[in-house]
Structure formats: C-alpha cells, structure tokens
Ligand binder design. Structure first.
Ligand code: FES
Ligand SMILES: [Fe+2]
Length: 380
C-alpha cells in the first residue's frame, strides 16, 4: 500500500464519521440459507474453490530451516510441504504410492527423506522414490520415476506459501492475487513468525465464519464485553481486489487525527485491517502484529479453525504474546459461538435466506465471489 492510499483510507473514515454516516453499498444483499447447509453445495465449493484455487497455506517462517516439512489440509486433501533449502518449496499429497498409507504422521519437523510406516518405501523431499524393500523380487515392473509423490503446484510469494491442488489454475498466481500483493508486503509479511497458535473445530459453515469478520455492525453488540468499546459503532469500509477484500475497521482513536497534520497519520495505529485472502484465510492486522485465521472446511456444517498470532522477531516477550493471543482467542470465540448459533438455526425454516444490509456489503461481495468461482469452474 502506498502512502497516498494509507491517507485516503483514513480520510474516508474520518469523513464518514464527521457526517455521521456509514460505508454503504447501493442495495441490500442476500444469500440462500441452503448455501450454508447443503452437502451438495459444499462439494461444489470443495471441488471448484478449495481444490480449484491457489491457497495461502503456510508462512515461510514455518518452513525456514533446510529440509523442514509441514502437514496441511487443502480442501480435505492431506498435503506435505517441504523446503529443500534455498527457498525451494514443494507440495505433495501425503499419501504413499504403494498401497496408500499416510506417508508422514508428524505435523512438522525436519527430514530429507520420508519412509512409509507400512512397508518402508522411501521418498526424498523432492518427491523422488529412493527406496523399495525387496524391490527386485517383488516389484519388477515398478518404474521409480512413475512412483514419485503426487506433486501439487506450490509457490512462495510475499512471504507466504501458496498451493493449488488443481494446477491448471495455478499458472497465474499474480493474476489471482489481483493487486493485493503490495499490501502483503506493506504489512511486513516477510518479517513475521508465529508466536502462538490455537486450533479448534466449530459446527459452522466456513462462509459464516468469513462473514463474521467483514462487518463492524456487530462490534458494539456481540463484542460489548471485549473489543466493542474500542471501535466506533458500525464504522468500517472495504475494497475488493478480485475475490479478496481489504476491510478497514477504525478504532475510536481515529478521531484524534482530525486535529493532527496528515504527515503524522499512521493507519495501523488507528485502525485494524482485515484482509480476506480468498477463499480460506483472513489476516487481522493490528499495530505491531497480525492474526492469521485459516479455515479448513470439514463439511457443510463444520470447520477447523487455526488462529496464529504472528509478529516480527524479538519485538516483545513470549509472555506478552501468549497473553495477547489469549485475548484474541477470547474475542474471536465470541464470533465463532455466534456462528454456531446461526448454523443451528439454518434448517429451522425461519429464514429462506440471510439478509445483508447496505453496510454489510462485504458479505454480499464475498458470496458473489463464491458464486462466480463455482460458475466459472462449471462453465470453464
Ligand atoms: S503402503 Fe506405504 S510402503 Fe506399503
Ligand atoms: Fe466479531
């Protein structure tokens, strides 16, 4: 983000506040309730979106050591990420090519080779088959070159590792990022590392969780006991970058800027930014750290959520970050509990559709992107 954009985003919220107005789309929006609970719809989303689009799946700091590896879930696919060294990252299906056992059980570690726990076929971290016990007698027809680990498209950009299960759509990662890359640099992505991490599983559709982050209409109500007092009622703006969104959530302190020279204005000092990196990541950017929320949809009504607090190395003590992370988890849990409440009422017949107000336009925009991606895949 350049300085002119930073100032214009602050000017925009100050003008809305001055006018006692909100950031409004032209019209209300809505989304059919079935889109949040239909198993058929979920499978279409899985195939077209979770497995069809590049995803932000890891940060380089999680794989910084030579021969580091990590396991991740991508649209229900078990994925093994490896770092050979010198910034060469790869992604493979974590499935043995002999009879299909999960190849690597550890969530993370360092290894040059991976040996299957069933019969000890072995691959190196480039995915090449290097060992087959009793190969000559048992597998005279096996060509090792054809039994490499199944590789997925994988690329490092802006400090993050992006993986696409369907490599026909992975050719143009820059196009997919749609201009949000400079913002990923502006938030200091490359200097980050994970200081705390929490995983939970919630009985809620993944889209309800994304929607919960991209409006401030609920702040003074649902978060009245936590962050509510620090934010102006229902004041937030958003901008779309392709399917991705940048939401600006100003804190009460933004009012102080009205009497200060623009040269001194700092967006991160007076607003949280929420980047929705379509489809399954959100980056909640605060003054000196960010929270990476990654959603892994399990089924239409269940989602695994990983919250990672990330900061530049050496900025604060571990104790500070643990406390900070606990506060973040408590606040976001308020959203997740509301999300589960919504999910539990979807099939009661009370609503055929959910309704988005003009100041909830980011929700409508997000759901349109979901529709487009499904449609694109079906017609493409
Ligand atoms: S299933 Fe992996 S070596 Fe046999
Ligand atoms: Fe919230």
């Amino acid at each position: 983000m350049d300085r002119a954009t930073e100032l214009s985003l602050l000017r925009e919220v100050l003008e809305l506040q001055e006018a006692g107005s909100f950031f409004l789309d032209d019209a209300q929006g809505r989304n059919a309730v079935a889109n949040y609970c239909s198993p058929e719809r979920f499978l279409r989303e899985r195939d077209s979106i979770f497995r069809g689009l590049p995803q932000m799946v890891a940060h380089v700091s999680e794989l910084s050591a030579e021969n580091a590896f990590l396991r991740r879930d991508i649209g229900g696919l078990p994925v093994l990420l490896t770092h050979e060294g010198a910034g060469r990252y790869r992604a493979f299906l974590n499935v043995c090519r002999h009879r299909g056992t999960r190849l690597v059980d550890d969530a993370r570690g360092c290894a040059r080779r991976f040996t299957c726990p069933y019969h000890a076929w072995t691959w190196n971290n480039r995915g090449e088959l290097t060992g087959v016990p009793h190969e000559r007698d048992g597998f005279p027809e096996v060509d090792r070159k054809e039994f490499g680990l199944k590789q997925l498209a994988c690329e490092e950009r802006h400090g993050w590792i992006w993986v696409a299960a369907d490599d026909t759509l992975a050719d143009d990662l820059a196009g997919f990022l749609a201009g949000i890359g400079p913002d990923l640099d502006w938030i200091g992505s490359r200097d980050l590392h994970v200081v705390a991490e929490t995983v939970s599983v919630r009985d809620v559709n993944w889209k309800i969780l994304i929607e919960g982050g991209v409006e401030s209409y609920h702040f003074k109500v649902a978060h009245r006991a936590t962050i509510g007092p620090y934010f102006t009622d229902n004041l937030s703006t958003y901008q779309a970058f392709g399917s991705h969104l940048r939401s600006v959530l100003p804190r009460v302190s933004v009012q102080e800027l009205a009497t200060r020279p623009e040269e001194s204005w700092q967006l991160r000092q007076h607003a949280n930014l929420l980047y929705t990196i379509f489809p399954l990541s959100q980056l909640l950017v605060q003054q000196d750290h960010l929270i990476w929320v990654r959603f892994e949809p399990v089924n239409a009504a269940r989602t695994r959520i990983t919250l990672r607090t990330m900061a530049a190395e050496g900025t604060r003590s571990d104790t500070y970050w643990q406390r900070n992370h606990a506060i973040t988890c408590a606040t976001l849990t308020e959203d997740f509990v509301i999300g589960e409440s919504i999910q539990s009422g979807l099939d009661t017949g009370a609503n055929d559709q959910l309704t988005f107000g003009r100041f909830e336009g980011a929700l409508h925009r997000f759901n349109r992107a979901v529709e487009q991606m499904i449609g694109l895949r079906e017609t493409g």
